[in-house]
Design a protein. Structure first.
Length: 116
């Protein structure tokens, strides 16, 4: 287990609390007045026998007058690696995270703008 809480910061610190764990997965939740955040961490094996690690963050914005249907926002990433190949896999994930941070979100905004 990573911990009983995980803090994310999307402009304001959000502390998500562990609500479920088992079968190589954990689920964290924060409900506030405008939305709820769920963070799922899952581990599994691929058909090829590789380790698969998945982190998924979902924000469900509650319906309002301005957004009658509400809104769902999702971000996730997956790392797949051979059991004996941890360091390069972690380094590659770190490189993409660094790219997103180093460009002051320009890289992420380009992705959201359908640039490839």
């Amino acid at each position: 287990m990573i911990g009983n809480t995980i803090t994310i910061n999307n402009g304001a610190a959000k502390v998500l609390t562990l609500i479920k764990e088992g079968d190589y997965s954990s689920e964290y939740l924060l409900k506030d007045t405008a939305s709820e955040f769920r963070l799922n961490i899952r581990h599994s094996k691929t058909k090829a026998g590789q380790d698969r690690h998945n982190v998924e963050l979902v924000e469900n914005v509650y319906p309002t007058e301005a957004i009658p249907a509400g809104r769902t926002r999702k971000f996730y990433f997956v790392i797949e690696n051979d059991v004996d190949d941890l360091t390069p896999s972690v380094a590659n994930a770190d490189a993409i995270a660094d790219l997103a941070i180093a460009t002051a979100n320009a890289f992420l905004n380009q992705l959201m703008g359908w640039q490839s």
